[in-house]
Design a protein around this ligand. Structure first.
Ligand code: OOG
Ligand code: NI
Length: 466
C-alpha cells in the first residue's frame, strides 16, 4: 500500500470543497444564496452566544460553511456501481434506501455518507444519489431511446477510472489523492451541451421531466448543494424578500423547541441555456435543473417516533392539501403546527417514550454511585450522573425529497406511478447492501450507554432499558 497522509476524511473534505467551488462558479444563483446563508448564520451567532458556545464545543463552528449535501441522478447500473467505488475512497457508504416512486418519480436512491461521529465531524458532506428506473417508464419508445443513449455515454473520465482501479490495488499517494479529487469532480460538472437533439429531449421530457434531465446530458450534474442554516425560517423569509424565489414552504416538521429529523427548503431551479445537437448543427434551448437548498437538522427518531411523524404529516396534508403553487402555505403551516402539537416537544418525553435516539455521557462531576443500589437509567439521569442528548438525524426524508424534486421539475403528476419499492433490485445494481440508518442510531445509543455505565463503574448494575 502507498502511504498517503490523505485519509478518506481528508479526501472527502477536498472533494466537498472542490464541488462547492465548481458549483458556485457554475450557478451564480447558488453563490448568492451561500453568501446570504453565511450572513444570516453570522447574525444568528452574534445574537445567541450560548448557541455559539455549543457550536464551538461540538466542532460545528468551524464547519458551518461546509455544504451538508449535494444531489445527483444517474441512469445505469454501471454508473451507480462505479459511484459506490468512487465514494468509498472518500469514506462515504450507501446509507438508507429511498423509494421515490411513492411520489411519482421513476427513481430510487441512497445517500453516500460518512458513518460515525468522528467522520461526520471531519466533514459532513453527503451525496444523495438517485438511479433511474426505466422499468417504471410506461412509454416503450421512450424507454428504448433512453436505454440506447445511456449505453453510449461514459460519465467518468478515463483517468478517474484508472485512479479508482489503482486505489483498490494499492491506495493513493498524496499527489494521486489530489488528482483523484479533480477527476472525480469532473463527473458532476454541468454540461450545457446536450448529447441529444431537441426532438429527443422533448420526447423524453414529455414522458417524464426527470428522464430528460438524467438521459440528455454528458453526466450527472450536481442538481443542488445544501447549506446548514442555523435559523432556517429566517433564511427562508430572507430568500423571499430578496426575490430568490424560494419554495412556498419548509419541508419536514414545523419549527419546534426540540427539533426533530430534517427541515429543508430551496429556491426553485431556473431554466438555463443549453444547446442540442441537430443533424445540421446546434440548436439553442433551455433546461431547468439546478438550485440551492438549506437544511436544519434535529433528533433522529426511532421507528416509533418516525411512525408518529409520518402520521401527523399525512394528517396535516389531508387537512390542507398544499396547492402546487403554494398559495395556501399559511393555512398548511397552521395545520402542520396544530397536528404536531401531538408530538412531545421536550427531551425527557422524547426519551421516555422512546420516540428519539439519545447519546449518553457520564457526568464527571457527579458523586459516585453505589453499584449495589442497582440504579435504573432514570435514577442515574435524575441524579445527574448521566446526561442524555438527542442524536442528530444525518439522513433524508423521502417525502421531502419528493417535494423537492417536484417543485423543481414542474411536475404535478404524482399519481402517474404506483408505489413499487424494490430495495433488493437497487442493492443488486449498486453491488452492495445499503446500511440501515435506524440500526446506526440504535447502535450509537447502545454504545454510548455502555461506555457511560462503564465509566461510572456500573457496567453490571444498571439496566440499559428501564
Ligand atoms: C434529490 C432530492 C433529495 C433532499 O435533500 O432530500 C435531496 C434530487 O433532487 O435529485 O437532496
Ligand atoms: Ni437536498
Amino acid at each position: 500500500m502507498h502511504e498517503s497522509s490523505a485519509s478518506a476524511d481528508a479526501i472527502r473534505a477536498m472533494f466537498a470543497s472542490a464541488i462547492s467551488d465548481m458549483y458556485q462558479a457554475e450557478a451564480p444563483q447558488y453563490r448568492a444564496m451561500k453568501a446570504l446563508v453565511a450572513e444570516l448564520n453570522r447574525q444568528a451567532l452574534a445574537e445567541d452566544l450560548p448557541l455559539k458556545r455549543r457550536l464551538r464545543q461540538s466542532g460545528e463552528f468551524e464547519r458551518l460553511d461546509i455544504e451538508r449535501h449535494g444531489a445527483i441522478r444517474v441512469g445505469t447500473a454501471e454508473e451507480l456501481s462505479m459511484l459506490l467505488r468512487l465514494f468509498a475512497i472518500m469514506g462515504m457508504a450507501p446509507v438508507g434506501y429511498y423509494d421515490l416512486s411513492v411520489a411519482g418519480l421513476p427513481v430510487h436512491s441512497t445517500a453516500f455518507r460518512p458513518i460515525g461521529e468522528a467522520a461526520m465531524r471531519a466533514c459532513p458532506f453527503r451525496i444523495f444519489a438517485s438511479l433511474l428506473r426505466l422499468d417504471l417508464i410506461v412509454d416503450a419508445k421512450a424507454r428504448e431511446i433512453a436505454a440506447k443513449i445511456l449505453a453510449q455515454r461514459d460519465i467518468f473520465t478515463l483517468r478517474c477510472r484508472e485512479l479508482i482501479d489503482l486505489f483498490e490495488v494499492r491506495g493513493f499517494d498524496d499527489e494521486e489523492a489530489r488528482e483523484f479529487v479533480v477527476e472525480a469532480t469532473k463527473t458532476f460538472r454541468w454540461n450545457g451541451l446536450a448529447i441529444v437533439s431537441s426532438a429527443i429531449y422533448q420526447k423524453l421530457y414529455a414522458t417524464h421531466p426527470l428522464l430528460a434531465d438524467i438521459v440528455c446530458f454528458k453526466g450527472p450534474h450536481i442538481n443542488h448543494l445544501t447549506l446548514h442554516a442555523l435559523d432556517i425560517d429566517a433564511v427562508h423569509a430572507a430568500m423571499a424578500a430578496k426575490g430568490m424565489s424560494p419554495k412556498a414552504i419548509i419541508e419536514g416538521p414545523p419549527r419546534r423547541r426540540c427539533p426533530i429529523l430534517l427541515r429543508q427548503t430551496s429556491f426553485k431551479a431556473r431554466p438555463e441555456p443549453v444547446e442540442f445537437i441537430e443533424e445540421d448543427g446546434r440548436r439553442r434551448g433551455a433546461h431547468a435543473a439546478r438550485f440551492g437548498e438549506i437544511e436544519q437538522r434535529g433528533a433522529a427518531l426511532t421507528a416509533k417516533g418516525r411512525a408518529l411523524y409520518d402520521r401527523l404529516l399525512a394528517e396535516a396534508q389531508a387537512e390542507v392539501p398544499l396547492a402546487t403553487d403554494g398559495a395556501n402555505a399559511v393555512a398548511f403551516n397552521a395545520a402542520l403546527t396544530r397536528r404536531f402539537a401531538a408530538f412531545p416537544d421536550d427531551d425527557e418525553t422524547l426519551r421516555g417514550e422512546k420516540l428519539a435516539f439519545f447519546r449518553y455521557s457520564p457526568e464527571a462531576s457527579a458523586k459516585a454511585v453505589d453499584p449495589a443500589s442497582r440504579p435504573a437509567l432514570d435514577d442515574l439521569l435524575q441524579a445527574g450522573a448521566l446526561r442524555a442528548e438527542p442524536i442528530l438525524y444525518e439522513d433524508f426524508l423521502p417525502v421531502s425529497a419528493a417535494g423537492i424534486f417536484r417543485s423543481n421539475l414542474g411536475d404535478q403528476r404524482a399519481e402517474d406511478l404506483i408505489e413499487r419499492a424494490d430495495q433488493r433490485a437497487f442493492e443488486a445494481v449498486l453491488g452492495a447492501p445499503v446500511v440501515d440508518e435506524l440500526a446506526l442510531y440504535e447502535e450509537a445509543e447502545t454504545r454510548s450507554l455502555a461506555t457511560s455505565l462503564k465509566a461510572l463503574g456500573l457496567d453490571h448494575a444498571a439496566e440499559p432499558h428501564p
